[in-house]
Unconditional design. Structure first.
Length: 99
């Protein structure tokens, strides 16, 4: 009986973990200009918007990774141009709300 209860608990927790991962989306960031980036669904390449991008002093377009995993909220915000994208030297991206 304890094993059945434990198995049920493990399956339930795994389901919640999978649901949380399902909320994440993968995007790509491509150059649209010196300070503009095309944001697209990855790997389909379906473009969603063009947003502002800036780079840390030691970063450049060469630092941008092939894809980034973001929350559904961030992906939707990018689509509606509500976020800008700062890129760090290691290629990491953060997403800042545009005022």
């Amino acid at each position: 009986m304890k094993k059945l209860l434990l198995l049920t608990l493990v399956i339930t927790l795994a389901s919640f973990g999978s649901a949380a991962l399902a909320d994440d989306e993968t995007i790509s960031i491509k150059k649209a200009g010196d300070t503009k980036a095309k944001v697209a669904d990855f790997p389909s390449g379906k473009e969603s918007s063009v947003v502002s991008i800036k780079f840390a002093s030691d970063a450049s377009w060469d630092s941008v990774k092939d894809s980034y995993t973001v929350s559904h909220e961030i992906a939707e915000g990018l689509e509606h141009k509500k976020y800008s994208i700062p890129i760090e030297s290691d290629g990491g991206a953060s997403f800042h709300k545009v005022k």
